[in-house]
Design a protein around this ligand. Sequence first.
Ligand SMILES: Cc1cc2nc3c(=O)[nH]c(=O)nc-3n(C[C@H](O)[C@H](O)[C@H](O)COP(=O)(O)OP(=O)(O)OC[C@H]3O[C@@H](n4cnc5c(N)ncnc54)[C@H](O)[C@@H]3O)c2cc1C
Length: 452
Amino acid sequence: MRLHENDLATEALRPGDDGYDEAARVFFATGRPALIARPRDPGEVATVLGHARDRGLPVSVRSGGHSPVGHSTNDGGVVIDLAHLDSVEVLDAGRRLVRVGGGATWGRVAAALDPHGWGLTSGDTTGVGVGGLTLGGGIGWMVRRHGLAIDNLVGARVVTADGALVTASAEEHPDLFWALRGGGGNFGVVVDFDFVAQEVTTVHHGTVTYQVDDATVLLRRWRDVMRGAPEELTSSIALLPQAPGSPRMAMMLLCYAGAPGSSVADADAAIEPLLELGTVVSASITEQRYSEILEDAMHPPAGVRPSARNTLVPVLDGDTIAAIDRLWGAAPTVIAVRSLGGAFARVPADATAFAHRDAEAMVVCMLLQPETASDADVEQALLPWREVAAHGTGTYINFQGAATPGDVAAAYPPATYARLAAVKRAYDPDNVFARNHNIAPAEDDLAEGPAA
Ligand SMILES: Cc1cc2nc3c(=O)[nH]c(=O)nc-3n(C[C@H](O)[C@H](O)[C@H](O)COP(=O)(O)OP(=O)(O)OC[C@H]3O[C@@H](n4cnc5c(N)ncnc54)[C@H](O)[C@@H]3O)c2cc1C
């Protein structure tokens, strides 16, 4: 069916329509929206938004549908599904300037940029959306070499809550541009993003599995290697749940993205120390095209309720590592520690709404419980996580499976949150965009407004 408003006909699904059930489902949630609309251009986005506003319906915006909180579906509201806004267009080959639709997936972007010998530091999963990942920050395999996805963003076109189409960049609506780079989906529907792509053809990528006798030793050695590693190397080490009767295991994922023309010997020299951290059970590292290292998402096993938490730690010190080890022993979790630094750390903390530039590492905990576990059960099982989180200075919203007002406030440094709240008030004072890690509009008007 089609939604007819203001003489526009937008593709839309309602309960009972063919394809509705599938469209109501996202990676971590199933909803029952009143309307799922698939606009084809900014005008149609504004029309659907107006439809929702006129009726006072909740609004979800969907790009790749991988929100850890299931924000991109809802019950009884409107979903603006940007699946048709998925183009990848070269605007200026000399500057490697590319325009990517707000509903494109990273697999599509990597495949489109590969023939140019380009890529974009982003995420590790093909089906994750450019919209959600970029608006949260975007931590990928080249984070130490090229920073976050937002660090390569130079502009975005946004349909704001009042239906206007505005361009946000360093020159136009700079406060909005600042807020889009880490503040999530709070400020409007981003119909496209302008990025400067990086030159990248092949990378060295793979996994190393270790048998773990003492996780604190393994993590300390890994930390020390990464402190001295070149920026071309990014790695993440995950402590895995223990299978009954099996030794404890950890798996490292790594990527070495050298400059064009760098040698295999450079990659080997950087990776070699990671193979000497402990008892290596298996290792598989190959040279691959960057576009090929992105993988399809794996759904959590049936019958399992996953709950994700993370924290950004300025220093991965002995106390933090000890707290991680205690958590690993106490609850059925995967705990991944990801190295940061390099280009990520060179961006001033107040340049983007993602402010944790001093973080040495991000610790992500994925608690795995039976699907029958209640919220109270989850909170109880996560008690040892609090000890780890106490060593962090905030969270990365995109890996945060909880989005209460307290969770969102704790994600940002207080001054960053206050600035986000002011921009929210300027661009979405009625909080039309509330199905997200929601920033409450500030009570006082402190920010620039959407210029007339
Ligand atoms: C399997 C998996 C792998 C992941 N890997 C990585 C990784 O390597 N690096 C990383 O940084 N993160 C990663 N993430 C986290 C990921 O960044 C978040 O889950 C993100 O929200 C997914 O974006 P999406 O567009 O797919 O999700 P969606 O659910 O479509 O969107 C999430 C939210 O973003 C907002 N939004 C999305 N698009 C727009 C838009 N165009 N305009 C306005 N608002 C919008 C909305 O508020 C929406 O609710 C991963 C997640 C999963 C599940």
